[in-house]
Design a protein around this ligand. Structure first.
Ligand code: TPP
Ligand code: DXP
Ligand code: MG
Length: 624
């Protein structure tokens, strides 16, 4: 079938099971061929092909609203709702989003990117529907890992206590990005279909095969309906929450799926349908992918699979992980914690080398942070590595549980700055702003691998405070540093400095190199300071800049409000020290998806924008 011709899911209603199966095959081939070209979320989408088709078969979107938790597995939904033709633009600037997006389609009723929001949102939408006396089901598809996150539990607890109905599809593939963890995941693996439900379902399936299928597929006889209804299981964990439960069912079998969804649509109470699927289904390398290599893929040749590319550079995450691993060999009190990001944070080797001292706590950022606080309180030395954007989840834990008690730890803030294709939900541009307000934190943003390693060394030499170490997505050159080499806390570095230069640029991270290169090439009378500690500020240097009557240009690629520029402005204004300062950074809005270069240009913070600004300031100075 030509998937690009699909306008909306109505066409499904006329199909029989064989046709649905053929469609599933076509969609799988489409995803494998397209996503391997553009890059994007691969295996989660291959796993939900039949499930998504079945959902659109039984329900009527957009009257019925289908919400995908996280949204990284909504590609099949996008194809069935008329967006197959846009897949060549997936996750690109102005292109198709990698998540559900309300402005993209009337079939996208909710949008996310962070995990575990779907149940709470569904509850809100269901209550609003009932208050407005409107019709329509609210259906949310939640992965087994996303379900185990705190917010999902809060919502489950609440849903059982209200009369508004939500249909919850638990998409259980026993995988998070990598293997799923935790007690509940073991419990799910042990759940077997109750014999009673199995019998009732088998009756329904035999009814289906005798019927003419097509549109009638979900019109069950009253007898079969009652038989199944009476066997919806309540003595189950979801029963304890006050929710009905159907399953587990085979998420790649249309008979199973259609019967369970049809039944759920007949019920008048919130119900969980437990669906077993195989993440990566149909692409063997992705089906057997313990570490989540095929979860989110770069462009690759699908005939060969993802190949390791030799490169002269190394990811920032890998630099951090390897150096921490060295420290773990030296100091047995150091422990490593990740909230479900072993693969993205390059922790595989640490987990294999130190199985007793490395902890994947699942998608549980809040727990990860307070767990670290507990370890620190008991004299362990926790290293928690977490993406900047997901750090937003545990603000209170950093503030209340770590910083307030000044518990020593190292928080690695990965993917800080703009991240590119994941877009506005994932850009790590807020962390300086929200962390700089918290007392006791020491915030560091190194310019290269050498400085980063010295910072890690410094943390473990002192281990007296909570330290924040920011590093971006992408790669850098690795550099050798011994474990005893440190750096003075709160000191900045003069990269180019002449007292007579009228202008000083302050920046941090790898931008230091870009700016230095430009200044040296053009031989401009401009100073450059590596403001590698965002907190504490180098007050001695700030005072010196004041004494030298320097005009300052603060160049950031993070949110401007609350960031380094704001901290410096506050420093001078509090002391009544008048300074002329220009600021470059991201304004008060969300940055969309796209390649880094495109986004920097969009935000007017590209190195070319800096060059322009510097020339304008110097021109003004020459005039005056
Ligand atoms: C708050 C938050 N933490 C971490 C992530 C990163 N993340 C995206 S998908 C995913 C795994 C989701 O697993 P599951 O819900 O089981 O869905 P599956 O991919 O297995 O279908 C993780 C950890 C995120 N998006 N949001
Ligand atoms: C959906 C999600 O949150 C993750 O899969 C994220 O896309 C991973 O990002 P990286 O590719 O930067 O690890
Ligand atoms: Mg899963």
């Amino acid at each position: 079938m030509k998937l690009e011709q699909i306008k909306d899911p109505q066409f499904l209603k006329q199909m029989n099971i064989e046709e649905l199966e053929e469609l599933a095959q076509d969609i799988r081939t489409f995803i494998i061929q397209n996503v391997s070209q553009t890059g994007g979320h691969f295996s989660s989408n291959l796993g939900v092909v039949e499930l998504t088709i079945a959902l659109h078969y039984i329900f009527n979107s957009p009257t019925d609203k289908i919400i995908f938790d996280v949204g990284h597995q909504s590609y099949v939904h996008k194809i069935l709702t008329g967006r197959a033709g846009q897949f060549s633009t997936l996750r690109q600037f102005h292109g198709l989003s990698g998540f559900q997006k309300r402005k993209e389609s009337i079939h996208d009723a909710w949008e996310a990117g962070h995990s575990s929001t779907a149940l709470s949102a569904s509850a809100g939408m269901a209550v609003a529907r009932d208050l407005n006396h409107e019709k329509g089901e609210i259906i949310c598809v939640v992965g087994d890992a996303a379900l185990m996150s705190g917010e999902s539990f809060e919502a489950l607890n609440y849903l059982g206590s209200i009369s508004s109905k939500v249909i919850i599809i638990l998409n259980d593939n026993n995988m998070s990005i990598s293997k799923n963890v935790g007690g509940l995941s073991n419990f799910f693996s042990d759940v077997r279909m109750s014999t009673q439900y199995k019998n009732a379902r088998n009756n329904y399936i035999s009814f289906l095969s005798k019927s003419n299928l097509g549109k009638k597929v979900y019109k069950m006889t009253k007898k079969i309906k009652d038989q199944i209804k009476n066997n919806v299981i309540n003595d189950h964990i979801f029963g304890e929450f006050g929710l009905d439960y159907i399953g587990p069912i085979n998420g790649h079998d249309f008979h199973d799926l259609l019967s369970a969804l049809a039944l759920a649509s007949e019920m008048d109470h919130s119900v969980v349908i437990h669906v077993h699927t195989v993440k990566g289904k149909g692409y063997p390398l992705a089906e057997n992918d313990y570490y989540g290599v095929y979860h989110g893929v770069p462009p690759f040749d699908y005939r060969e699979g993802i190949r390791h590319q030799e490169s002269s550079t190394i990811s920032w995450s890998e630099v951090v992980a390897r150096h921490i691993e060295k420290w773990m060999h030296k100091d047995e009190d150091i422990v490593t914690i990740t909230p479900a990001m072993i693969s993205g944070s390059c922790l595989r080797s640490i987990f294999e080398t130190f199985p007793d001292r490395s902890f994947d706590v699942g998608i549980a950022e809040e727990h990860a942070m307070t767990f670290a606080a507990g370890l620190s309180n008991a004299q362990k030395k926790p290293f928690i590595t977490i993406y900047s954007s997901f750090l937003q989840r545990c603000y209170d834990q950093i503030n209340h549980d770590i910083a307030r008690m000044n518990l020593p730890c190292l928080i690695g803030v990965d993917r800080s700055g703009l991240v590119g294709a994941d877009g506005e939900t994932h850009h790590g541009v807020f962390d300086i702003s929200f962390l700089s307000a918290i007392p006791h934190l020491i915030i560091m943003s190194p310019k290269d691998a050498q400085e980063l390693k010295k910072m890690i060394n410094t943390v473990f030499h002192h281990f007296d405070s909570p330290y924040i170490l920011r590093f971006p997505k992408g790669s850098t050159e690795d550099m050798n540093v011994d474990l005893d080499e440190g750096i003075d806390i709160g000191t900045w570095e003069k990269i180019i400095f002449n007292d007579n230069n009228p202008l000083t640029i302050l920046t941090y991270d790898a931008k230091v190199y870009q700016v230095a290169q430009f200044l040296m090439q053009e031989e401009l009378p401009v100073n450059l300071i590596n403001a590698r500690f965002i907190k504490p500020l180098d007050e001695k240097m700030l005072d010196e800049l004041f004494d030298l009557h320097q005009h300052l240009l603060i160049y950031e690629t993070d949110l401007m409000t609350g960031s380094l520029g704001s901290l410096i402005a506050h420093y001078y204004s509090q002391r009544h020290m008048p300074m002329t300062i220009d600021y470059m950074g991201i304004d008060d809005h969300y940055t969309p998806q796209g390649q880094l270069d495109e986004l920097l240009k969009l935000e007017h913070i590209h190195i070319d924008d800096l060059k322009q600004t510097v020339k304008e300031i110097l021109h003004e100075k020459r005039k005056s």
